[in-house]
Design a protein around this ligand. Structure first.
Ligand code: FES
Ligand code: FES
Length: 156
C-alpha cells in the first residue's frame, strides 16, 4: 500500500491505496466524486477525463501515485456558488448530449481546449476532442456547445 496526498478540486486528501491504483478508482470509490465516469477502462473513450495541472488525462490509465503533488480537477470543480461553468451551460443550451455518460469527460476536455485556445476552429475542436467518444453521436451539438462557450469567453 502507498500513502498518498492528492490535491483534488483545491482540497488535500490522504489515501492508502495500492501504488498502481488508477486515479479514477480513487476519485469514485474513495472520494465519492462520481461525476468522472468509467467507460472502457483502457484509455480509449475519454469518459474518465480529468485535468492534471490543467492538462486532460485519462484517469483510468493514470496511476494515482503519478498524480500526487499535481493539481487534479474533476467535473465537480467547475461550478461555483451555484453557477454552472459557461461550457456546462453551453452543453445544456445546445442539448449536446443524450444519455450524458460521455459528458463529464467531454466537458473536461473542452475546458482544457478553451484554456489553451479561447476561440478554437472546428478543426481545433475535432483534433483536440478526437479521443472523446460519444456513443449517442452528439458530436455536432458538442462542437456547437464549445463554440457557444468560446463566444462567451469561457476559459476555466
Ligand atoms: S474509461 Fe478511461 S478512457 Fe475509457
Ligand atoms: S451523450 Fe450518450 S455517450 Fe455521449
Amino acid at each position: 500500500m502507498a500513502s498518498l496526498t492528492l490535491l483534488v478540486n483545491g482540497s488535500e486528501h490522504k489515501v492508502e491505496v495500492p501504488p498502481s491504483e488508477p486515479l479514477l478508482y480513487i476519485l469514485r470509490n474513495h472520494l465519492d466524486l462520481t461525476g468522472t465516469k468509467y467507460g472502457c477502462g483502457e484509455g480509449q473513450c475519454g469518459a474518465c477525463t480529468v485535468l492534471l495541472d490543467g492538462r486532460p488525462v485519462r484517469s483510468c490509465r493514470t496511476p494515482a501515485q503519478s498524480a500526487a503533488g499535481k493539481r487534479i480537477e474533476t467535473i465537480e470543480s467547475l461550478s461555483a456558488n451555484g453557477e454552472l461553468h459557461p461550457l456546462q451551460r453551453a452543453f445544456l443550451e445546445e442539448e449536446a448530449f443524450q444519455c450524458g455518460y460521455c459528458t463529464p469527460g467531454m466537458i473536461m476536455s473542452g475546458v482544457a481546449l478553451l484554456a489553451s485556445k479561447p476561440r478554437p476552429s472546428d478543426e481545433d475542436i475535432f483534433q483536440h476532442m478526437n479521443g472523446n467518444i460519444c456513443r449517442c453521436g452528439a458530436y455536432q451539438r458538442i462542437v456547437a456547445a464549445i463554440h457557444r462557450a468560446a463566444g462567451e469567453g469561457a476559459k476555466s
